[in-house]
Design a protein around this ligand. Structure first.
Ligand SMILES: NC(=O)c1ccc[n+]([C@@H]2O[C@H](COP(=O)([O-])OP(=O)(O)OC[C@H]3O[C@@H](n4cnc5c(N)ncnc54)[C@H](O)[C@@H]3O)[C@@H](O)[C@H]2O)c1
Length: 367
């Protein structure tokens, strides 16, 4: 097992991310060390079904029997579910020395993290991410949230967990499309800070890595997320580079929520990286050869969705203008200037966005 320590506070606040095969069963040891007044679990329904044996070995009996089960779908990130969790915590008589364990994908870690961080002004919580996306991204860095008014993650907090437990064995049951979606965030990590990782990822389809190579790739990706959030826990500046692909990506993800071809988060980010790479190129920030490397990495690693939904340019423009990162009604882009180098708070002429929207079939063509 590997441990990565995330230090998010100059006064010494820190938490460990434990990564390995079978790490979840160590949770019970960790709990007997912390000795919380009460331990409750918020668990993705699918995980409760598929990994019942592992959960039995990892959690106290009472915790498992009374666990709160959540459907791992974007619609669970709602005010209704947030209230339902607060009610559950009240029924379970949690106090501020209790522990909440969130076991699931980004939906469960975002929702459970928000519920934990707001109940009694904050009850300690442990994140146990079960999708690739949540393991390399959503569970690390303390962002929690739900969707509101049709906008992704509009309500949330930045609250660090007490620990993150990454059990790579849980990925064995992850559907292929979910795996590819999570891999898109790994590609993004390469694009923004690690050129050699990006070049490596361009060498084959993400399903073709053997276990030890994949483990190393996941570990590097977690390290990158840690390095970025540690420098800037509250997204005052540097952390914004993680938003590469996300302004356009969130817009297209929100738009697709209503369509038949709903996009997984990572799929939307893959499209977002293509769009924002093209945008950076049109703005004269990203040389053609670098754009080619970005495009071929996205296509060759296999992170694009099976079907790219058709989108309405006017609606995407409107959603981009509503993005949470904007200030003073100006869109703030996080873009790459080369593969492995990113910049944030980039303001561009709005005509460039129009051009990208009008020429989508060209930059969306397979390379
Ligand atoms: N907080 C952050 O920093 C951050 C970063 C990135 C994404 N997110 C959020 O994460 C969410 C997406 O998370 P996700 O991609 O993990 O999706 P998810 O939580 O919806 O899980 C995807 C699907 O996989 C199932 N599942 C989960 N683990 C499984 C396993 N091991 N085996 C089989 N099935 C499994 C779930 O039931 C669900 O159907 C989005 O809401 C996004 O906004 C948050």
């Amino acid at each position: 097992m590997t441990r990565i320590t995330v230090e998010t506070d100059p006064r010494g606040a820190r938490y460990d991310v434990s990564i390995g095969h079978g790490t979840l069963t160590e949770l019970i040891t960790e709990l007997s060390r912390i000795r919380p007044t009460k331990t409750v679990a918020v668990i993705d329904r699918r995980i409760a079904e598929v990994h019942a044996v592992t959960l039995n070995r990892s959690l106290p009996r009472e915790t498992l029997d009374e666990a709160f089960l959540i459907d791992g779908s974007e619609s669970s990130k709602s005010t209704e579910m947030l209230i339902a969790l607060w009610e559950y915590f009240a029924r379970q008589r949690l106090d501020r020395r209790s522990v909440i364990i969130n076991i699931g994908g980004g939906v469960v870690t975002d929702l459970g993290g928000l519920a934990a961080s707001t109940y009694m002004r904050g009850v300690p919580f442990i994140q146990v991410p079960t999708t690739l996306l949540a393991q390399v991204d959503a569970s690390i860095g303390g962002k929690t949230g739900i969707n509101f008014g049709g906008v992704k993650n509009l309500i949330g907090t930045v609250t660090q967990p007490s620990a993150v437990v990454v059990d790579l064995m849980l990925l064995n049951s992850l559907p292929e499309r979910e795996f590819r979606s999570g891999f898109a965030e790994i590609v993004k990590h390469g694009m923004i800070v690690d050129r050699s990782l990006a070049e490596r990822l361009a060498s084959r389809d993400c399903r073709d890595w053997n276990t030890s190579d994949l483990d190393a790739i996941v570990l590097r990706s977690i390290e990158i997320k840690k390095e970025v959030v540690q420098k800037d826990p509250f997204e005052g500046g540097h952390r914004k580079i993680l938003n590469f692909g996300h302004t356009f990506g969130h817009a297209i993800e929100s738009d697709a929520l209503k369509s038949e071809d709903a996009l997984l988060h990572g799929e939307a980010i893959a499209i977002g990286m293509l769009a924002e790479g093209q945008l950076a190129h049109e703005a004269g920030m990203l040389p053609a050869a670098e754009l080619d490397l970005l495009r071929s990495t996205i296509w060759k690693s296999g992170v694009m969705p099976p079907v790219v939904p058709t989108f309405n340019p006017a609606r995407i423009r409107e959603l981009v203008l509503k993005d949470k990162k904007n200030t003073h009604a100006r869109v703030k882009w996080s873009l790459i200037t080369a593969v492995g180098t990113a910049r944030y708070d980039v303001e561009l002429d709005s005509a460039l966005l129009d051009k990208i929207l009008d020429t989508a079939p060209v930059w969306l063509a397979r390379s």
